[in-house]
Design a protein around this ligand. Structure first.
Ligand SMILES: [Zn+2]
Length: 224
């Protein structure tokens, strides 16, 4: 089975082997059903297919700050983006916690589990009993325009995924902001928005103080 070269996903689009021409993807609206249903795991053959290679090239092109602006999105930079936010029914997200003008990692079939600080064991209890292993921070989402909320997330997680070469990764750990981005994007692929609880859909993370605005200017000029 052919593995996917990371060079194929070059942001410069100068890969001599594939010569993919990326196209600008458009985000779906907040109420679109593709944002509210879990996306199935991808078989390895699908991950390594030419169709998926084209989709990933489109995603990497479309997450650039200048393309986000061209697509008239609500925010200027992304820390990550899930495929279903662009109406793509594939279990893929882009991971760029340094901002979408930095390194962009392609993640297939992501999962996460919380880990405790003290004994490094996976904590199987419900969220309400593991408050000492969570923290709260502000999040925004391209699928929830002109809004932000304070969201409780696990501070430390154990992740699994397949990378852009088709290699399976397990038992890797993330903390703090990177863990937050990972949870946010994986939740997307599980049909969950950070704002779900505040919107009366009871399957999201604990989000308090969801603030919505009418325009990008109102959001950017709101008191921090
Ligand atoms: Zn989001």
């Amino acid at each position: 089975m052919r593995s996917i070269s990371s060079n194929s996903y070059s942001k410069d689009g100068n890969d001599s082997h594939t010569e993919l021409t990326p196209k600008l993807l458009r985000l779906v609206t907040e109420t679109d059903p593709i944002l509210h249903n879990p996306i199935e795991e991808m078989p390895l053959a699908d991950i390594c297919s030419d169709e998926t290679k084209q989709i990933v090239a489109d995603m990497i092109y479309s997450i650039r700050p200048e393309q986000l602006q061209s697509a008239n999105t609500s925010y200027n930079k992304a820390a990550g983006m899930a495929a279903n936010q662009w109406n793509i029914n594939k279990r893929i997200f882009l991971f760029c916690p340094g901002g979408s003008d930095g390194e962009v990692k392609v993640i297939f079939n992501p999962t996460y589990k919380p880990i405790t600080l003290t004994d490094n064991l996976v904590h199987e209890s419900k969220l309400a009993t593991v408050n000492q292993f969570t923290n709260c921070a502000r999040e925004s989402c391209f699928s929830v325009p002109y809004a932000y909320g304070t969201v409780e997330r696990y501070a430390h997680i154990e992740i699994s995924y397949i990378d852009d070469k088709g290699k399976q990764h397990t038992n890797e750990k993330l903390s703090d902001w990177q863990a937050r981005v990972w949870q946010h994007e994986t939740d997307h692929l599980n049909g969950i928005l950070y704002s779900n609880r505040q919107s009366g859909i009871n399957n999201g993370p604990n989000c308090t103080e969801l603030h919505r605005f009418q325009t990008k200017d109102e959001l950017e000029n709101c008191p921090k």
